[in-house]
Design a protein around this ligand. Structure first.
Ligand SMILES: [Zn+2]
Ligand SMILES: [Zn+2]
Length: 301
């Protein structure tokens, strides 16, 4: 999985910082997650082909997470896009975008599908044979979902030496990868365990922005390979975190620790602080594997 951070700062765009947006590459998909103002410029800057984006996931309807969307949708039209585009986001997103397109008499010439979310429980919103996307219910001032991107377990790995040793016909290879035993012509059964090994552990990425401290998500994101969790404030401003339904770096780390994730990626920093290193220092007191998101930063896991 490859994660390109396009923007990861709270609220207003500034010369050097962008509001939230990121691109996740997983199993041949390029998913755009949130689309704050300036996202298309950031996509250009990081040489991400617009044509590879077919699915956009919007966590909530605060401007710093979706004001870039109408611009991007219009640009797709100007570029002559023909492929379908799927947008997942809270109820109201369709009305907001279509009103803007209607006022400008600039309807898309490609099929634009909105998948509006209203569920108060986590739900599967995208699935194919290799992966699945679930919503994570968050606690923010407006209806907000995080997203959990999960690979499905792959095929078992064929043990080439073993199949040659037992003289297993090639025709059985796919069945072996699917976990089946082999019955030879003389009736002997060769167990699957002798002919194949476990596939690599499926990876997962949990995206949680914006939210107040919400420990009941821990079960759902348990053992995630990587967790992006917002940390708008430090503990010194914990009262503001409660008031605005955001988290502190310490709270993000507590979620990462309880969920035993592989790596915690912090983001959505308030621009009031001198250095984002302060967020890392605070989180490291609770959880050992903390990295800082920053605009333009790239992660592979
Ligand atoms: Zn935000
Ligand atoms: Zn928000």
């Amino acid at each position: 999985m490859k994660l390109q951070i396009l923007g990861c700062y709270a609220a207003t765009p500034r010369t050097m910082t962008n509001p939230t947006s990121q691109v996740l590459e997983i199993k041949n998909h390029m998913f755009l997650i949130d689309c704050g103002e300036g996202t298309q410029v950031q996509l250009r800057k990081h040489k991400i082909k617009f044509s590879r984006i077919n699915h956009i996931f919007i966590s909530h309807l605060h401007g710093d997470h979706f004001f870039g969307l109408p611009g991007l949708i219009s640009t797709f039209r100007l570029l002559g896009r023909e492929k379908e585009l799927y947008v997942y986001g809270p109820k109201g997103i369709k009305e907001a975008i279509t009103l803007l397109l209607k006022l400008g008499d600039s309807w898309t010439n490609y099929p634009l599908h909105f998948h509006e979310l209203t569920n108060r429980e986590p739900e599967i919103i995208f699935e194919d044979d290799k992966m699945v996307v679930e919503t994570i219910r968050l606690n923010h001032r407006v209806y907000t979902n995080g997203f959990l991107f999960k690979e499905k377990p792959g095929e078992r790995k064929l043990n080439v030496e073993a199949v040659e040793k037992y003289k297993v016909d090639r025709a059985y290879y796919q069945n072996i990868k699917n976990g089946k035993d082999v019955i030879m012509d003389d009736g002997t059964i060769i167990s699957n365990a002798k002919l194949s090994s476990d596939p690599p552990q499926p990876k997962s990425y949990a995206y949680c922005s914006d939210t107040g401290y919400k420990p009941d998500i821990v079960g759902q994101i348990k053992d995630a390979t990587a967790l992006y969790h917002e940390a708008t404030f430090l503990e010194t401003e914990a009262h503001l975190a409660v008031k605005t339904k955001h988290s502190t770096a310490k709270e993000a780390a507590a979620i990462a620790k309880a969920a035993e994730v592989g790596k915690l990626i912090l983001g959505h920093y308030s621009t009031r602080y001198k250095s984002i290193e302060l967020f890392k220092e605070e989180a490291l007191e609770i959880f050992p594997n903390v990295v800082l998101a920053d605009d333009g930063k790239f992660f592979e896991f």
